[in-house]
Design a protein around this ligand. Structure first.
Ligand code: SF4
Length: 486
């Protein structure tokens, strides 16, 4: 059992002291890392390597990361022999290890710390991260002049990656936070030595700033009848309720000030009240024209763009599924899945415009996503822009029904297809599928296009097709159910 802190454990402690204690003392209670989380880690590593290449001949601490005392020694030796740029520089002070992505020596012998993030925006938690690094590096005898964040520039366009990174000086922000680090380190060192896990109630911290890996453990048996699901209740008020021990909606005092909509939400959940606006649903359905298409895209997005003309984090569609329903009830299914490393967009566009008829509505679930994909495809392939824009103009959002006209307490506080489907059509389920959600589809696709083994590749292709087809089939079945409502 580790009895020291690290930079990531320090950040866990800031999020929740129970998380910190569990990570060190009972890590088996954490949920397994998902494929999509693994992909994010892998992407982070790739970005880190590319970022280093922007600093020329730096020295990389090579020792196995698990042998941290040896990493510290290698770093100390590198500094002593005059290295001026060090990657993965490792330090230990006040029972805390940190590994800095990049440190760079200035002419006056002071140092800058550069933290690399595979994100397109600055976030508060990055400042806390840099403050912890500065505390340990200064404690180890380095004079720190500046603290900088190197992150992704969304304006960069492949193949010119020369402006992929922006570097922002956040020294002032870190200055404002540095005073708190020593007290936190002291407190967290005491937390990890506790015999039993600290008694901390679940709360908004479970998903802020990161989804905690112990949610399954801490939230078991609680379900979605909590005050944290109340729409538009800000985090401070959620925390205040949590601190008063008010977790479940049943515990909320009658006179607690809430808006009309928030009261309505609580009433649905507590009374199990289903609300259906039949007139509103009929009106929306009456706008549909046959043939009705049910369309869904799966997309990839990466911090480092790899296709010509694309930007960081741009959504690149690699798959679609489309069910087409005629007025007589006949249904046909069409699909496309790109299966190699080449650009998936043009073949997907060609297949799509063959499948979608020149007239008829196109039902999607959360139209802004599909509209965004279609309009960027139209920009990239102007020869097909008229057809793609026509598809975008005919989108009809099934999600609107569940936002405005159909409320069910068992949807919880989500209207997503994955929340609505098991309540309305329980016989149709994602549970038996190998791919169960969009982020996982993205990870499996990235794995599949790089896989050589035929059998393994074919299995992944099938899993992806089954998943995307389920999304559009779910919309078909929900549509059939809505039509029967009177
Ligand atoms: S799930 Fe919530 S309460 Fe449990 S350890 Fe994580 S952040 Fe803390």
């Amino acid at each position: 059992m580790a009895t020291h802190l690290s930079k990531s454990k320090y950040l866990s402690g800031l999020q929740c002291e129970k998380r910190l204690w569990l990570e060190i003392n009972d890590p088996d209670k954490a949920s397994d890392t998902t494929e999509s989380q693994q992909r994010l880690f892998d992407q982070g590593k790739e970005v880190g390597i590319l970022a280093r290449s922007r600093f020329g001949e730096g020295y990389l601490i090579n020792t196995d990361r698990l042998k941290i005392y040896e990493c510290v020694k290698e770093t100390r030796d590198a500094i002593a022999r005059g290295e001026s740029i060090i990657f993965e520089a490792t330090f230990f002070y006040d029972n805390t290890f940190v590994m800095a992505d990049i440190i760079r020596k200035n002419d006056d012998d002071s140092w800058d710390i550069i933290e690399v993030k595979s994100a397109a925006h600055l976030k508060d938690e990055y400042i806390a991260d840099l403050a912890a690094q500065r505390y340990v590096l200064e404690g180890s005898g380095l004079e720190i002049k500046r603290t900088l964040i190197m992150y992704i520039n969304r304006e960069c366009v492949h193949p010119d990656l020369s402006n992929l990174f922006v570097i922002e000086d956040v020294t002032d922000k870190v200055d404002n936070m540095i005073g708190k680090v020593s007290g936190n380190v002291n407190k967290f060192n005491n937390v990890i030595m506790l015999k039993n896990e600290p008694e901390i109630l679940i709360g908004p911290q479970c998903n802020d700033p990161y989804a905690c890996p112990f949610i399954e453990y801490c939230w078991q048996g609680i379900g979605n009848r909590t005050v944290f699901g109340i729409p538009r209740l800000d985090n401070d008020r959620k925390l205040e309720l949590r601190d008063r021990g008010i977790i479940l909606l049943e515990q909320l005092p009658n006179d607690y000030p809430l808006t009309q909509n928030q009261c309505k939400y609580i009433e649905w959940v507590l009374n199990g009240k289903i609300e259906i606006d039949y007139k509103g649903i009929r009106k929306k359905l009456s706008k549909l024209e046959y043939p009705i298409h049910f369309l869904d895209f799966e997309t990839d997005s990466s911090a480092i763009p790899r296709l010509n003309g694309t930007r960081p984090f741009e959504k690149i569609p690699f798959q679609y599924s489309c069910h087409v329903m005629q007025e007589n009830g006949e249904i046909e299914h069409f699909e496309y899945l790109h299966s190699d490393l080449t650009d998936p967009r043009l073949p997907l566009v060609e297949s799509l415009i063959n499948c979608i008829k020149e007239s008829g509505s196109i039902i999607v679930y959360y139209a802004p996503f599909e509209r965004d994909v279609l309009t960027s495809l139209a920009r990239a392939f102007s020869g097909h822009a008229p057809q793609l824009n026509s598809i975008a103009e005919r989108l009809w959002d099934q999600l609107d029904i569940f936002k405005r006209h159909y409320k069910h307490p068992d949807f919880g506080n989500s209207n997503s297809l994955k929340s609505v489907l098991p309540v309305l059509i329980p016989e149709l389920s994602y549970e038996d599928l190998a791919v169960k959600e969009g982020n996982q589809a993205q990870s499996v696709w990235n794995l599949m296009i790089r896989t050589e083994g035929k059998e393994e590749k074919n299995q992944m292709i099938q899993d992806l097709k089954d998943y995307c087809k389920m999304d559009t089939l779910a919309m078909v079945e929900i549509h059939n159910l809505l039509k029967k409502l009177n």
